[in-house]
Unconditional design. Structure first.
Lengths: 397, 179
């Protein structure tokens, strides 16, 4: 069995990797060509793509820590997907670099002439300035990479049978995950303020960090479902993954969909009730005029439809159907990020620019390529985990 | 022992969840329908095996939820539009976004009440007496042992043959359940 698990040369994965590279190549090529005509738009679309890939990665890191703390079969079968996803952090950090160059184009507070005539931006300048922004980004990535590196290093050692093979020694995973999760939640909150909320430096919402966090978790869950349903078709995972695992992951996805809607609505309700001049324009921009259809699409596609479908028990136990919903949720994640980023900038006519689709698809393609490469590099199940044998010993078929 | 004395059913005891699930599956395949399983923790596979698939609770909960939704929204609408129409910040009287929290909470409230009351009603609870507790070892069902019951009302039930069948299931102990 152990040799089977190590055999990660499944044709599904090879095919996925190949396709991702093709999508990545054409998407980025279109982006680079588009950048010549629309340099401003290029950075906005790049930010959308970066945030989407970052959400997949950080959500994976968060869920990886969470399943170390909670235990359970859903975590054991998804662990390698999230580990591989967390190992893509260096490439995601690389994706961030162009944003540093595009700062004056993206962020109003990074333009000295805009700050000069604006008392609010001057008051916020000690936090929102180019040096501190860059320093914070470096700190976030350093912390995330350190956690991802350690968890993956121990996991590799566990596969070799060197460390964490006894319950006493595997405590190290939990010892890192518990404080790690707190640090992750704090850093994602700050990063969401820096990279999304400060696009409109006059607007603020205290729930925004949590909302971003839930979006990350939802992306990572949808990723795991999509990947696992593909891998469930062939050995080695075909004999391990059973409908119950997809049922559990489906239930979690339903919970995240509801949580996203709950927090989104809370934010909207509070701002709508307050109706204050510094808060409400952010929503007026989005629910009136050109962005109104996109807002409705999010209500329907990011909440109502997946919510109604995921209520069904039978659907959650059918991997291919569940994966279809997960894929749709991933598309909605991109739409949600576009909806967060783009209305901050002036645009006439149809709200979504073609580069908002091309560049994120290109970045996601490259990301998936790297991710699958990482996934294929290790065993697909943590067979040396002290709880693994216990969990799968009482299998009731 | 009086051979003619009626019994409530036969209770087989197993030492593992897997043995219980396997026994439940074979019991269902054998044609027994008035059966029940008891275990210290929920085993989904076991009640699937005996064909316990009562969809009525779901219906109760759905009805409770819809009633709660209508009641919650109705309350807000009646208060804000009909009974006490107040101009708040120039908003329309039927400002539905502010009704959603109440609507949501009452939906959850009535759905969960329907779930609890429906569960109690369908299980016939509260029930001061039940024959299964006449089996001395049955208290272990909430600790470390697994039980399968075949009730005497089952058309296929036969004291001797059912007992033989249960012995073939690998039960560690078989007890008659006093009515």
């Amino acid at each position: 069995m152990e040799r089977d698990i190590l055999n990660t040369d499944a044709p599904e994965l090879r095919q996925l990797q190949q396709r991702a590279l093709i999508v990545g190549f054409w998407g980025l090529l279109a982006g680079v060509v588009g950048a010549v005509w629309f340099p401003d738009q290029f950075f906005r679309s790049w930010l959308v793509g970066f945030l989407f890939c970052l959400g997949l990665t950080l959500g994976s890191l968060g869920l990886l820590m969470l399943q170390h703390l909670s235990g359970g079969q859903w975590g054991l079968v998804s662990r390698r997907v999230w580990e591989a996803s967390a190992r893509t952090l260096p490439i995601v950090a690389l994706f961030f670099v162009p944003i540093l160059f595009g700062m004056p184009k993206l962020f109003l507070w990074a333009r000295p002439e805009a700050v000069q005539g604006d008392a609010v931006l001057q008051a916020k300048a000690p936090y929102l300035n180019v040096q501190f922004f860059t320093l914070r980004a470096v700190v976030y990535f350093a912390l995330w990479m350190a956690a991802a590196w350690l968890l993956n290093k121990w996991s590799a050692g566990q596969d070799r049978g060197e460390i964490a093979v006894t319950p006493a020694d595997s405590v190290r995973f939990r010892a890192l995950s518990a404080p790690g999760l707190i640090v992750l939640i704090m850093t994602i909150t700050f990063a969401s303020v820096d990279w999304i909320m400060s696009l409109d430096p006059h607007w603020y919402s205290t729930i925004f960090g949590l909302l971003t966090l839930v979006g990350c978790g939802l992306s990572a869950l949808a990723l795991a479902i999509t990947v696992l349903s593909r891998m469930a078709r062939t050995q080695p995972l075909a004999s391990t993954l059973v409908p119950r695992h997809f049922h559990d992951l489906g239930k979690l996805m339903l919970a995240f969909v509801m949580l996203w809607a709950y927090l989104s609505f809370s934010q909207f309700l509070i701002i709508w009730s307050g109706n204050l001049p510094e808060e409400i324009p952010w929503y007026i921009e989005r629910i009136q005029g050109a962005w109104a259809p996109v807002s409705l699409l999010l209500v329907a596609g990011h909440f109502a439809l997946p919510f109604a479908l995921l209520l069904s028990r039978d659907l959650k136990r059918r991997p291919s159907l569940l994966a279809t919903i997960a894929a749709a949720v991933l598309v909605m994640r991109i739409v949600d990020i576009i909806w967060l980023v783009e209305p901050n900038f002036e645009r006439h006519g149809f709200p979504i620019h073609w580069m908002d689709l091309a560049v994120p698809l290109g970045l996601a393609g490259v990301w998936v390529f790297v991710f699958v490469r990482q996934l294929r590099g290790r065993a697909l199940l943590p067979f040396n985990d002290p709880y693994f044998k216990e969990a799968f010993a009482h299998e009731t078929h | 022992m009086d051979a003619q004395r009626s019994v409530y059913g036969l209770m087989a005891e197993f030492d593992s969840a897997n043995a219980l699930v396997e026994a439940a599956r074979r019991t269902h395949a054998e044609g027994y329908r008035s059966t029940d399983v008891f275990s210290p923790f929920p085993i989904e596979a076991a009640w699937e095996a005996i064909g316990a698939n009562d969809k009525r609770p779901q219906l109760f909960i759905l009805i409770g939820g819809i009633m709660g939704m209508l009641a919650g929204f109705g309350l807000c609408y009646w208060v804000s539009v009909i009974a006490y129409p107040l101009n708040i910040g120039g908003r329309p009287l039927n400002s539905w976004p502010s009704f959603i929290p109440v609507t949501f909470e009452v939906t959850i409230l009535l759905a969960s009440l329907a779930a609890v009351i429906g569960m109690l009603a369908l299980n016939g609870l509260p029930m001061p007496y039940h024959p299964v507790f006449n089996v001395p070892r049955f208290s272990r069902a909430s600790q470390d042992s697994f039980f399968l019951l075949i009730e005497a009302v089952d058309p296929k039930f036969d004291r001797q043959r059912t007992r033989q069948f249960m012995q073939g299931l690998g039960a560690t102990e078989i007890n008659e359940v006093e009515p």
